[in-house]
Design a protein around this ligand. Sequence first.
Ligand SMILES: Nc1nc2c(ncn2[C@@H]2O[C@H](COP(=O)(O)O[C@H]3[C@@H](O)[C@H](n4cnc5c(=O)[nH]c(N)nc54)O[C@@H]3COP(=O)(O)O)[C@@H](O)[C@H]2O)c(=O)[nH]1
Length: 747
Amino acid sequence: MLGVADLVSTQVHASFAQDLAERTARLLGLDQVQVGCLDPSGERIEVRAAWHAGRQLGTWSYALRDTAASAVLREGGQGIASGARDAHPLDPDLQHLEAEGFIGAPIPGLYGRPSGLISGCSSQPLARPDPLLAALRILAVHAAGVFAASANHDRLRRERRALQRMLDQAEHRQRETEARFHTMLDWTYDWEYWVRPDGSFYYMTPSAEHFTGFPSEHFLHDPDLLERIVHPDDKAIWKRHIKGSLPPRSQDIYELEFRIRHKDGRLLWVEHRCRPVIDASGDYRGRRVSISDITARKEAEEQIRSLAYFDPLTGLPNRRLLLDRLGHALAASRRTRQYGALLMIDLDHFKSLNDTQGHDVGDRLLVEVARRMTQSLRAEDTVARLGGDEYLVMLETLGTDEQNAANEAEGIAEKIRLRLKEPYPIGRADQADHYCSCSIGLSLFQGDRESVEVLLKQADVALYQAKDAGRDTIRFFNPEMQKAIESRIALETALRQALLRGELQLFYQPQIDQHGKRIGAEALLRWLHPNRGLIPPLDFIPLAEETGLIVPIGHWVVDTACAQLKEWETCATMRSLQLAVNVSARQFHQPDFVAQVRESLERSKANPARLKLELTESVVLENADSVIERMHQLRALGVSFSMDDFGTGYSSLSYLKRLPLDQLKIDKSFVRDITTDPNDAAIVRAILAMSRSLGIQVIAEGVETEEQQLFLLDNGCFAFQGYLFGKPSPIVDWRSQATQGPSRAED
Ligand SMILES: Nc1nc2c(ncn2[C@@H]2O[C@H](COP(=O)(O)O[C@H]3[C@@H](O)[C@H](n4cnc5c(=O)[nH]c(N)nc54)O[C@@H]3COP(=O)(O)O)[C@@H](O)[C@H]2O)c(=O)[nH]1
């Protein structure tokens, strides 16, 4: 339409009317020629061009009424040879021009009606007006064609302009819509796209690049790219999902979570929501997909799951997951009649490593233990960390023969035990490797006769049995063990109450010099059990150490010993005695141990110089530096130290030199056979020589005979403790002796 209008506009020239007026005037020999058009009212003529006396006159309009033009239009043409002025006396132009001759022809318009006229006049009469009129008619018809085309052209131009305006508005609206659309989609964080029914992409947001590293155009040009970046493990489920979302099952919204691989190698979890696009006529127009990045959510879920079911330090399943798997294993065992086994594993002396080397080293050991155990097992076995240094292994499908199952379980337990004994290079580079053994309690199961709790208890009981057997060993559960453990648990409960109920007592064993003079005493703990009578310390001290009860008990011992020293100060025969108190490793390593001793001394107002702390070598073996520092702090209070059980441990000169020791105590195991066993005799001599060179005093314990004392005296030992001089006895015995006057040794 616009093209047609342009074509017409080239044919219609603005000067056509002027050209027509001029040529007509010249051709027909007229003085003036006008080309006019009827205005829309039909009552006026608009003169488009007028040629007069060799020049163009411009345009004007006039009322049609009583003019020659109205006669022309009315009559369909007029030719006046002469007297035109008289024929149309009210026509101002004819009057003005004093016209004699006149011709005019209507310009045909639509529906047979004239659209205007072309007229001419002359001041001279026209000789033959008719041929002139005929020629004018031809020109009028021609003008009609040109005017029609021109009118058409104008109309077309108006229509074109209107159309252009509409187009501009439509384009503007479209641009606005697109801008809104892009503002919405191009800035969306999610990855959005629209797939045509043939599988090609219709549209995709630029956020595709954020998700995948590939610009969205890559997907538009390569529709298979999307499938290629889906994680291989999720591809099958993804394909099913896409297939499910296609017609005829395309009415629903399909959602799927899967992983994609970013161009830079990262894995992203995405949620893929897919809905069909159905147009107004109900036709399927493809799929509209929205993809969200749910990696953070998945990681959080995974973390929650991991925290709930896995031990954060080692990554092993925790107790909860183990119990769950054990429940399944029991159910499976009931179906298959196959045996399984639980191995409860505890690291020997882990706590002292943790206390002395610090938790970092302890943690490294626990992680390495987990790694070694996992390596020692089949993929279908479960190893879990229950907490601390306690692990649990669950073995399944050990066959239907009990003995074979037991053998196999024992074999695996032994493999673990040996593997865990290998050196651990977990300390500083300049430190020696750490060594660690483990105790293993083993219990078999078949079917689900026993509950999960009972099975765990059985493995636990077997573990205690392994520990009682000296550690670094494996024990199977049996009912006798159960009884032993139950009585052990009963003992622990009773021990907890013993302190509160005042059932603990200190016995005192004398220490004498070479003259038989009483120079001190060792305070030895006793438990006066209401039913079992007097319980010796070896029956409950290890349990107290294991359970941590040794800490409050040890505190009570120091406190009571200090009070006793203070009481002795009031008695002339006792005030010079030194009192030795045993301190266990766990007690000594308590952060507030020094403060506790200070408090006991301050509370009792006892003379610190009378208090001697007996440490065993195990106290100082690990973390010697901090032990030495602590010993110096205690020494600053006035307290002295004796090294107990000397000779049974490492007895290393190197650390002995560094320790602020006052005394070594030769262990009674050497003293016992000192007169008959040359080895023991040699060891005792060496200890005495060594302590002489270090300037440390020596006391021998367990002296039962005069021969033993004589040997010791001959070799330079001048302090003794043993049954020869007195057994440990309650304080009442000491009080009576004190009131009876000086002892034999003081005579
Ligand atoms: N941490 C603490 N340990 C303590 C405390 N009280 C005691 N103990 C430790 O218990 C172990 C056993 O002690 P006990 O049964 O009292 O035995 C001591 C003596 O009775 C015994 N002894 C003394 N003389 C002889 C003897 O001639 N023959 C012989 N067979 N035994 C004798 O030796 C034990 C003293 O040992 P020691 O401490 O090494 O000097 C014992 O290891 C105690 O350390 C406590 O309060 N805290």
